[in-house]
Write a protein that binds this ligand. Structure first.
Ligand code: ATP
Ligand code: MG
Length: 407
């Protein structure tokens, strides 16, 4: 008895440390990873997971687990009806089961991805200010079954975790919104000057049409800014779920080339494709990968020299597919390279030459990293730039441990 008491006391002490730890970060990915590790530790479980609930789309997303890496993250929508987590969201109650597979609510798709066979499960709702943020689950108790103490400790952790998640999300949004508003100021200022000038009686017809032309360009830019900003805000909040399918990269490459063909012709740029025969299939969100490639191609055209070329090629290794977009353009100054993937960053020398929002590459980076891949750049002033995107061929990088199937 005394032993149990000390154990419990140690657990609560540990909870205080964890609370401090959670409060010290506003980075959502780091935070979620700390929460699941803490949850597994304090409940004596083999693994723990978090599912986040998006009240706008009313969907539940499997977000992070102790036993999987970044590559498998954010892949799965978990149905509200037909899953234990969904039941927890709807009923805002704790669930404790000895064998999850015997539970009629059990949703097995998550297990196929994480490769962990679930036996015992303790799940709690993450609630803050009466709003449900998600579900925290501890899986497979090391010894025996989950106890009342495990449950109350997990509830204390969950209450802290819910607040920390809300804070991190709010912080991300406020940060992004203030940057967005800052970026809005320049085009709005030029629109207001333009309309002021249009109202002046002394303006000639020729000047007027020039001003109208400027207004038209600024509104196009504002529109692009708004949609890119929305894309990025969704990606950064971790609420984007990638809809993975298996597809041919070679087909996608030609499709992207076709989309960009007329823009390339306008600028006298030639796009050359090199993709090896028998390039393997890729498992990823096709539309999102297309978005990445189109932005890289559009950059390679925009920041090229007249009569330049763009070489678009792919390579496969056992685990990855690498895509290269290489141009013969202006190049990027070395001191700008570390800032290239930051929001709104544009190379100063390019700003006056071509329009852009400076969000394209940030979006690319979020998408590529969300797939467990990476994006890199090499550039030489006056010679050209090459962007390289490495994507894992399949997102299921965690080997599935074959367990006795007791479904
Ligand atoms: N291929 C390239 N060659 C030279 N500079 C580049 C190249 N690609 C990107 N850059 C530089 O990086 C900056 C950021 O690129 P990014 O795609 O994020 O934004 P953008 O092209 O300015 O805007 P948007 O993508 O919204 O049209 C660009 O403004 C440009 O200065
Ligand atoms: Mg761009």
């Amino acid at each position: 008895m005394a032993e149990i008491k000390t154990e419990r006391l140690d657990g609560y002490r540990r909870l205080i440390d964890i609370a401090r730890d959670l409060a010290s970060t506003l980075d959502l990915d780091i935070l979620l990873s700390r929460i699941v590790h803490a949850a597994a530790e304090i409940s004596g479980a083999e693994a723990a997971s978090i599912l986040l609930y998006d009240d706008v789309s009313q969907q539940l997303y499997f977000q992070v687990s102790t036993n999987m890496d970044d590559a498998t993250r954010r892949g799965i929508i978990v149905p509200l009806d037909g899953s234990i987590a969904g039941w927890i969201v709807r009923n805002r109650q704790t669930v404790r089961v000895m064998n999850a597979h015997d539970d009629p609510r059990f949703f097995s798709n998550v297990e196929d991805t994480t490769g962990l066979s679930t036996e015992s499960l303790l799940g709690i709702p993450l609630v803050t200010k009466n709003k449900i943020v998600g579900v925290l689950e501890a899986l497979n108790k090391h010894k025996g079954k989950f106890t009342d103490t495990d449950e109350s400790m997990l509830l204390v952790l969950g209450a802290q975790a819910a607040v920390a998640i809300e804070n991190a999300r709010l912080f991300q949004q406020s940060d992004l919104i203030s940057e967005f508003v800052h970026e809005l100021r320049t085009p709005l200022a030029s629109l207001s000057t333009a309309t002021y000038l249009l109202l002046r009686p002394e303006m000639s017809q020729e000047q007027r049409s020039q001003i109208v032309h400027n207004i038209h360009n600024e509104t196009i830019r504002l529109n692009a800014l708004a949609s890119s900003f929305l894309d990025l805000a969704r990606l950064e909040s971790g609420r984007v779920q990638f809809r993975k399918t298996v597809f041919s990269v070679a087909d996608l490459i030609y499709e992207c080339k076709d989309v960009m063909a007329s823009r390339a012709t306008e600028d006298n740029i030639q796009i050359r494709v090199e993709s090896p025969e028998g390039l393997p299939l890729l498992e990823a969100d096709r539309d999102k990968v297309k978005q990445v490639l189109l932005n890289l191609l559009s950059n390679a055209i925009k920041y090229n020299r007249p009569n330049g070329t763009v070489l678009f090629r792919a390579e496969a290794s056992e685990k990855d597919i690498t895509l290269f977009v290489q141009d013969t353009g202006l190049g990027i100054p070395e001191e700008s390279l570390p800032h290239l993937f930051q929001k709104f960053f544009r190379v100063r020398e390019h700003e006056s030459r071509v329009a852009g929002t400076g969000l394209g590459l940030s979006i690319c980076k979020q998408i590529v990293q969300g797939h467990g891949g990476r994006i890199e750049v090499k550039s030489k002033i006056g010679v050209g730039t090459v962007f390289q995107v490495v994507l894992p061929r399949a997102s299921k990088v965690t080997p599935k441990i074959e367990e006795v199937d007791n479904k």
